[in-house]
Ligand binder design. Structure first.
Ligand code: TYM
Length: 332
């Protein structure tokens, strides 16, 4: 196995969507043969919003089951829960002292919340990109597979690493983002201008990994389209159809021009049926396997316990190096 490393994570703030699958997990599965991969359930990131404790616990375990059911091998990869490895929080504090307010002010997710006039924003929402940088740098990661919306955070992580290395000499590997060519930003089915999101108020806009075939069919049939009546990829004029094409392409591997040809003169009804069918078949094995895994609580515990142990072993040398460089007195 190559020594090159990958870190990526998803926060358990909602049920996983087709967007999380296509934008992130699908690539994780493909990359697991080439890299030493750490795939994390980033529960510490989830508490920037208020969660019902039971729901957060349930979602974290479901997410773990869904990672494995998607094809991530828990022996080959390190699959674990972020709060089980306290080194993330330790490094995050340190990196916060090497992050600039101006940089955090520019993060679009934070800026969006401010511009929407959201009140009672907590400090975690503001500093969360620093925790994300700590997640990545703790493991000297080479590559970070994410969807488009997280690219800015990976770029900030690079800037923090470069700054720290500049002051203290080579300490952190500077990582690269890995964003898929197709499917980096899956849109909501009901509002194709915005992202398909775990925490969308309108569940009709998102397809969830655990949705039944019937739910998937209904959601795709109701997806917003247009009056053009042709299946062409044009995100300006036909955002809804382009989104469905992206989903269909990711599920079947077909290129956009092949899809256009396939549905020439056939109308949106036929296209939507084909999209729904492809998504149902894509998600069916994942849903079934997730249910099986979730029923085996001992197996889940074994995965996250051994994952956390292996992750902590990899994290420790980085943290040791960092505190030495900073001038902290070594632990006795
Ligand atoms: P999160 O939990 O919002 O999303 C998890 C991953 O799924 C991708 N994604 C999408 N991709 C395409 N289309 C969509 N509609 C869509 N929705 C979600 C996201 O880009 C992401 O890759 N801060 C991160 C979690 C995180 C992390 C990290 C990621 C914490 N530490 C370190 C990478 C490395 C987040 O909130 O992702």
């Amino acid at each position: 196995m190559s020594e090159k490393r990958i870190f990526s994570g998803i926060k358990p703030t909602g049920d996983l969507t087709l967007g999380s699958y296509i934008g992130a997990i699908k690539n994780w599965v493909e990359l697991q043969n080439e890299y030493l991969c750490l795939y994390c359930i980033v529960d510490m990131h989830a508490i920037t919003i208020r969660n019902d404790p039971e729901t957060l616990r349930r979602r974290s375990l479901e997410q773990l089951a869904q990672y494995v059911a998607s094809g991530l091998d828990p022996e080959r990869n390190i699959i674990y829960i972020q709060s089980h490895v306290p080194q993330h929080a330790e490094l995050s504090w340190i990196l916060g002292c090497y992050s600039m307010l101006g940089e955090l002010n520019r993060m679009t997710q934070y800026k969006d919340k401010v511009s929407k006039g959201e009140e009672n924003l907590n400090a975690g929402i503001y500093t969360y990109p620093v925790l994300m940088a700590a997640d990545i740098l703790l493991y000297q990661s080479d590559l970070v597979p994410v969807g488009e919306d997280q690219k800015q955070h990976v770029e900030l992580c690079r800037d923090i690493a470069i700054r720290f290395n500049h002051v203290y000499g080579e300490t952190f590997k500077v990582p690269e983002p890995f964003v898929p060519k197709v499917g980096a930003r899956i849109k909501s089915l009901t509002d194709p201008e915005s992202k398909m999101s775990k925490s969308d108020d309108d569940p009709q806009g998102s397809i969830f990994i655990m949705d039944s075939p019937d739910q998937i069919l209904k959601k795709v049939k109701r997806a917003v389209t247009d009056m053009e009546n042709r299946v062409t990829f044009d995100t300006e004029k036909q955002p809804g159809i382009s989104n469905l094409m992206t989903i269909y392409s990711s599920a079947t591997g077909k290129d956009f021009d092949v899809i256009t040809e396939e549905f020439e003169g056939k109308g949106y009804g036929a296209f939507k049926n084909a999209v729904a069918e492809a998504v149902i078949e894509l998600l069916r094995p994942i849903r079934e396997k997730s249910e099986e895994i979730l029923a085996d609580r001992a197996y889940l515990t074994e995965i996250y316990t051994s994952g956390a142990k292996r992750a902590a072993e990899l994290a420790e040398p980085t943290l040791k190096l960092v505190v030495e460089k900073l001038g902290f007195v070594p632990r006795g």
